[in-house]
Design a protein around this ligand. Structure first.
Ligand code: SF4
Length: 62
């Protein structure tokens, strides 16, 4: 199980995480920012962490 945290103060709604996640964990929110829609599907690959241009995502094994 992985815990995903998004810092919405620094997120610029680039949507790189939405596009890159191999498990479709994220949906697009009304403001264009990612919503963690399916956290239980997270693989812990940290692709979203790597592609985020503003460093707004952390993924931790819990
Ligand atoms: S760690 Fe991998 S599987 Fe989990 S949300 Fe990020 S890109 Fe998706």
């Amino acid at each position: 199980m992985f815990e995903i945290t998004i810092n919405y103060d620094t997120c610029d709604a680039d949507q790189e995480c939405i596009n890159a996640c191999p498990a479709q964990v994220y949906d697009e929110g009304e403001d264009g920012k990612p919503v963690i829609a399916r956290p239980e599907d997270c693989l812990g690959c940290e692709t979203c962490v790597e592609v985020c241009p503003t460093g707004s995502i952390t993924v931790q094994e819990v």
